[in-house]
Unconditional design. Sequence first.
Length: 130
Amino acid sequence: METGEKEEEGQGGEEEEKDNDDDDPRSSDEDGGLSPFGSTRVSPVDWTVSDVASYFTAVGFPEQAAAFRTQEIDGKSLLLMQRNDVLTGLSIKLGPALKIYERHIKVLQKTHFEDNDSSSKHGSAFVLSV
C-alpha cells in the first residue's frame, strides 16, 4: 500500500512540472501567447489587472497570477516591468519568477515594442483587431 501511495505522489509532482514546461502549447503559439482571450488578439497594453491574471493562469502560473492581481499589475505596468521587479517585487518563488519574466514578460515586451516600432516607421497607427 505504501508503494502505491509513493507512486501517486511522484505522479503528482510530475504533473506540476508539466504545467510550467516549454512544451506547453499554450505558451508556444504563433503570437507568443499575446492574448488571454483565445483567438481575439488584444494588445497587452490594453489588458486590465484581471486580464493579466487570466493570462498567467492560462499559461500555467495560477498561484503567481494572484500576485499580479494583488499588486494590481495591468498591461501597461506589465510591459514596463524589469527583471528585478518580477524577482523581488511580487514576492513569488525564484524559479517561477524567472520563467515568468524570461518566457512571458520579455516576449510580450519584445513583441509589443517591435510592433510599435514597425508601425511608427511606416507612419501608420498601431491597429488592434478584435
